[in-house]
Design a protein around this ligand. Structure first.
Ligand code: NAD
Ligand code: LMR
Length: 329
């Protein structure tokens, strides 16, 4: 192994998402076939036994790129010099709940982990919050960012983008790999806006190929907004493999330049673009440059309906921010 290993911290590593997430990272899916990694895995003390089983399985895969595995219930140990932190560990919602119902139980986790990250991680650590409600949990963790780069605190809406791409490809009867610039704006909640108006399939606009506007404005948006609930209703548990895969996509696409012409959905700290209040963690169309910096795509044309949907999601996030005011002091 010639390159210095990249340190990846994963919280909730013995949970269902963790179990799907760790093996592809160790196999090179995120950083490529030349880049060694060290996995730094955080769990609650009660789950350290299960985590040890996961570590044994990682060992038994004999991944050539896996330089080390650290398992711990100490957040600062898990985040030590981390280059990437995937914050998954938190409660999932159950049937009949909204993600926002988790805010009071999960929110405080992100105060402590934000402090630990800021104390121990690499200054430029890239943070991806998966635990729900992920936008506001990210806001809480980012509030602790004094030393680490506060721009680099993001939340995951890539699963929503992937869901949207699949729905559009199926409706058009075309390959999902050809669906592009189909991004999700806003909160990872029932107000998210999968923006079909700017999407493409190959070099054709989605709206040229799918002329059923009733479906686009109705069933399509509803399906994407409610997909998490549909999976919980069907499985009795929230999405795991697809969520892990989306986290891998988010991370991989943040460590490489975005291919020309493509956009990725990332919930990032708003800089006021598109009228979204500054500081909210909001999903925008983004691109990543050769230095691994993301940029919010500017100048996206939005019709009145799109603007209204984006404003509604921002308003919901303002409400969530108000509900955790005590965690933002
Ligand atoms: P899970 O219950 O299977 O696993 C969660 C793990 O986190 C458990 O092993 C638990 O011990 C651990 N944990 C809890 N509190 C912790 C803490 N303070 N520190 C470290 N570890 C802790 O849940 P899951 O299915 O893996 O889901 C995890 C989270 O991801 C949930 O909040 C879920 O709603 C969210 N999620 C988000 C998305 C998204 O698109 N953003 C998608 C799917 C799931
Ligand atoms: C999802 O979108 O599948 C996750 O956020 C889990 C959930 O609670 O819906």
């Amino acid at each position: 192994m010639s390159k210095a290993p990249i340190r990846v911290a994963v919280t909730g590593a013995a949970g269902q998402i963790g179990y799907s997430l760790l093996f592809p990272i160790a196999a090179g899916h995120v950083f490529g076939p030349e880049q060694p990694v060290i996995l730094q895995l955080l769990e609650l003390p009660v789950a350290l036994g299960a985590l040890d089983g996961v570590r044994m399985e990682l060992d038994d895969c004999a991944f050539p790129l896996l330089a080390d595995v650290i398992t711990t219930s100490e957040a600062e140990t898990a985040f030590g010099d981390a280059d990437l932190a995937l914050l998954v560990g938190s409660k999932p919602r159950g049937p009949g709940m909204l993600r926002a119902d988790l805010i009071r139980s999960n929110g405080p986790i992100f105060t402590g982990q934000g402090k630990a990250l800021d104390a121990a991680a690499s200054e430029n650590v890239k943070v991806v919050v998966v635990g729900n409600p992920c936008n506001t949990n990210c806001l809480i963790a980012r509030h602790q960012a004094k030393r680490t780069n506060a721009r680099n605190y993001t939340a995951m809406t890539r699963l929503d983008q992937n869901r949207a791409r699949n729905q559009i490809a199926k409706k058009a009867g075309l390959a999902v790999g050809d669906v592009n610039r189909l991004v999700v704006w806003g909160n990872h909640s029932q107000t998210m806006y999968p923006d079909f108006t700017n999407g493409f399939i190959g070099d054709r606009k989605v709206t040229d190929l799918i002329t059923d506007t009733e479906w686009l404005n109705g069933e399509f948006i509803d399906t994407v907004q409610q997909r998490g609930k549909a999976i919980i209703d069907a499985r009795g548990k929230s999405s795991a493999a697809s969520a892990a895969w989306a986290a891998l996509d988010h991370a991989r696409d943040w460590f490489r330049p975005t291919p020309a012409g493509e956009w990725v959905s990332m919930a990032v700290p708003s800089d006021g673009s598109y009228g979204v209040p500054e500081g909210l963690i909001f999903s925008f169309p983004c691109t990543v440059d050769a230095d691994g910096e993301y940029h919010i795509v500017q100048g996206v044309e939005l019709d009145a309906a799109s603007k209204a949907r984006i404003a509604a999601s921002a308003e919901e996030l303002v409400g969530e921010r108000d509900a955790v005011k005590d965690l933002l002091v």
